[in-house]
Design a binder for this molecule. Structure first.
Ligand code: KIV
Ligand code: ZN
Length: 519
């Protein structure tokens, strides 16, 4: 069947990152952008440059470095936002300015306090202004699915005339249902003047668990761009999950007859990276990337599956980059073998990073009999958590007494950037608490532990544990990560990692009051 192409617009770094607790630093955003480029997404929405200096800088760095995908920056329909987006995107090979403005009755009244005519005027002016900086301008009428359809037709016709080449239809509050959303797209296709000069895009939120279904229904009705995020992260219940859309179209190509340009073998590594950097675990039974997505438990299923895979498996795990977590290497493996494996996993390390990962690999190989792909991934991540330039403290060692029936006492040694070693001992409600109290004594910060999770990275009793903490201090909340066979040490590393982030001065502050972005 002759197939058409669907544009995949990834907004993990903008709408995904916007959800509470997901905040990523610039290095982390760049790392995700590199993985998105390997995935071959068509557009990377890198952020909202006017929202904060940190957002501006990350969009700029992504635009400067990443090639292949278009790089989009979000802007309200305001000159200062559009100028900020244009400046951040100056060096992008393929920049896109994405302008949004509320159009629904409820948003017109309570969000922007503007009448219909003023909305059209603002939309047209802002698209025209954005076109002065770049040819590729996308317009989103925010809360489109709750906007009067005739008004929507009017706004969209006007912005096409003003130069918008992509019209994005957001289901901002996840209110639509598939049949209805498809009808809306059909209605727009049939009624918006000049619609043939633009690509129709959709952007669905998952409040009713329908983001992917709505997106696919819209594609059937003629949308040719889908906005989505890795693992479906995003505001509230999230956005449409990219991996689900891509694999649905691929698996049911017979039905949709639509291709994406995605290199699906990078889906799994990208999912793991996003989960690890945001601290949002992927639920076990999540479609496509959940741990159980390819696990067959029931006897009948296993029986069929062993005879012929496609009795119970509609996708090949290899297609999403999931190989049976292979045994990769042992303590006799050399640097070249490790480099080869790292490349195979999709990472390009600097010689310095490789040295550090190789060193850690040898240490791990002494502690652990079997080393899996996930162990190597964890070592790479770990290296990046501790390789940031702006590290104030490094964990040197932990110790203490944690006997049953005796109040726990944690001992910690940290080394500060000036080379000094700091030791402290503290008690606490448990071993982790006592270690964290000892760290607080050294840093002098008052921190609240908002969340603490440990996850085993591979199988076996000697598996590395990955610890994720969410720490709050002075109204700032950050994620910290640590990993290792010794879970207490990994817990301390995670906490120190969070503290280093809190101490980083360059981190973007909150958006000024009254400046809060819409969606
Ligand atoms: O959900 C939404 O409406 C958005 C727009 C900015 C596209 O994120
Ligand atoms: Zn959104």
């Amino acid at each position: 069947m002759e197939s058409e192409k669907l544009i995949i617009f990834d907004t993990t770094l903008r709408d995904g990152e916007q959800c509470p607790g997901a905040s990523l630093n610039i290095a982390e955003k760049l790392e995700i952008a590199r993985q998105l480029a390997l995935l071959k997404v068509d557009v990377i929405e890198a952020g909202f440059p006017a929202a904060s200096p940190g957002d501006f800088e990350s969009v700029k760095q992504i635009a400067d470095e990443i090639r292949g995908a278009s790089i989009a920056g979000l802007a309200r329909a305001l000159d200062k936002d559009i100028e900020a987006a244009a400046r951040a995107l100056e060096k992008a090979a393929r920049p896109r300015i994405h302008v949004f403005l509320s159009t629904s009755k409820i948003h017109r009244k309570h969000m922007v306090q503007k009448a219909k005519a003023e909305i059209i005027d603002m939309a047209v002016k802002s698209v025209g202004f954005a076109r002065q900086f770049c040819d590729d301008v996308e317009f989103s009428p925010m809360d489109a699915s709750r906007t009067e359809s005739e008004f929507l037709v009017e706004v969209l016709g006007a912005v096409i005339d003003a130069g918008a080449s992509t019209l994005n239809i957001p289901d901002t509050v996840g209110y639509s249902i598939p049949g209805e959303f498809a009808q809306l797209i059909t209605h727009l296709k049939e009624n918006v003047p000049g619609i043939d000069r633009a690509v129709i895009s959709v952007h669905c939120h998952n409040d009713l668990g329908l983001a992917v279904a709505n997106s696919l229904a819209a594609v059937q009705a003629g949308a040719r761009q889908v906005e989505c995020t890795v693992n479906g992260i995003g505001e509230r219940a999230g956005n449409a999950a990219m991996e689900e859309i891509v694999m649905a179209l691929r698996t049911r190509r017979d039905y949709y007859g639509i291709d994406t340009g995605i290199d699906t073998r990078h889906i799994q590594p990208c999912s793991k990276l996003v989960s690890s950097l945001t601290g949002f675990f992927v639920q076990r039974n999540k479609a496509v990337v959940g741990k159980n997505a390819f696990a067959h438990e029931s006897g009948i299923h296993q029986h069929g599956f062993l005879k012929r895979k496609d009795t119970f498996e509609i996708m090949d795990p290899k297609d999403i980059g999931l190989d049976e977590s292979e045994l990769v290497m042992g303590k006799h493996s050399g640097r070249n073998a490790l480099l080869h494996k790292i490349k195979e996993l999709g990472f390009d390390l600097t010689p310095k990073e490789l040295d550090a990962v190789f060193h850690e690999f040898k240490v791990l190989a002494d502690e652990k009999k079997e080393i899996f792909d996930d162990d190597i991934l964890t070592l790479i991540q770990k290296q990046r958590w501790v390789a940031e330039e702006q590290i104030t403290y490094r964990l040197e060692k932990i110790g203490g007494s944690f006997e049953t029936g005796v109040a726990p006492e944690g001992r910690v040694a940290l080394r500060s950037r000036d080379g000094q070693e700091h030791d402290a001992t503290a008690s606490g409600d448990g071993p982790v608490d006592s270690i964290y109290n000892a760290i607080d004594k050294i840093t002098g910060l008052t921190c609240r532990l908002m969340d603490y999770q440990v996850m085993s990275k591979t199988r076996g009793k000697d598996a590395q544990g990955e610890v994720t903490v969410r720490v709050r201090s002075d109204n700032r909340e950050v994620i910290g990560k640590g990993a290792g066979v010794n879970t207490l040490e990994a817990s301390a590393q995670a906490y120190v990692n969070a503290i280093n982030k809190l101490l980083m001065k360059t981190k973007a502050g909150p958006v000024a009051p009254g400046e809060a972005p819409g969606p």
